[in-house]
Design a protein around this ligand. Structure first.
Ligand code: ZN
Length: 160
């Protein structure tokens, strides 16, 4: 069976982003959040700066497979400058998408990151693709607890 145009685009995007990841490195004024995916061995360190309820800057490094690196690179491209509320919706939609669920207006919401819907065909790689988004959710929760909610957010996290 010939590869569809979308499959080709999907492969090309993963190759490009994993070879030359965007927003790669660390931010000076942020404490990186670490997250790993033991099933593949992917590790990500995500630095995040939130200002006035928006992602002001973001960067990542670590070591991961091509899908985890490409997904992190695409994520940083699409979340920068966006409001936290929207970013959390994007993270949730991304997770549903790679698990094969149909999400309305996914291309509009996720931009290029929606090309990773192809991951749904490879269940072993789902956690590789969601690692960066999970790290982002964790970094947002940590950032919010630092700025506004203090001990309350930490307390809730401890109860999980
Ligand atoms: Zn991986």
């Amino acid at each position: 069976m010939a590869l569809s145009r979308l499959d080709n685009l999907y492969r090309q995007m993963i190759l490009d982003h994993s070879a030359h990841p965007h927003h790669h490195g660390t931010l000076e004024n942020a404490t990186p959040i670490e997250m790993n995916n033991p099933t593949c061995g992917d590790v990500i360190h995500l630095s995040l700066l939130i200002e006035e309820g928006k992602i002001k800057d973001i960067a990542f490094d670590g070591s991961g497979c091509s899908i985890s690196t490409a997904s992190a690179s695409m994520m940083t491209d699409v979340v920068i400058g966006k409001e936290i509320e929207i970013v959390l919706e994007m993270a949730d939609s991304f997770s549903k998408m790679v698990q094969g669920e149909t999400v309305e207006n996914i291309e509009e919401l996720l931009g290029d990151a929606s090309l990773l819907s192809g991951v749904a065909k490879f269940p072993a790689r789902i956690k590789c693709s969601t690692l960066a988004w999970k790290a982002l959710e964790k970094a947002i929760a940590a950032g919010e607890s630092q700025t506004s909610q203090g001990n309350l957010a930490k307390h809730e996290e401890g109860e999980l």
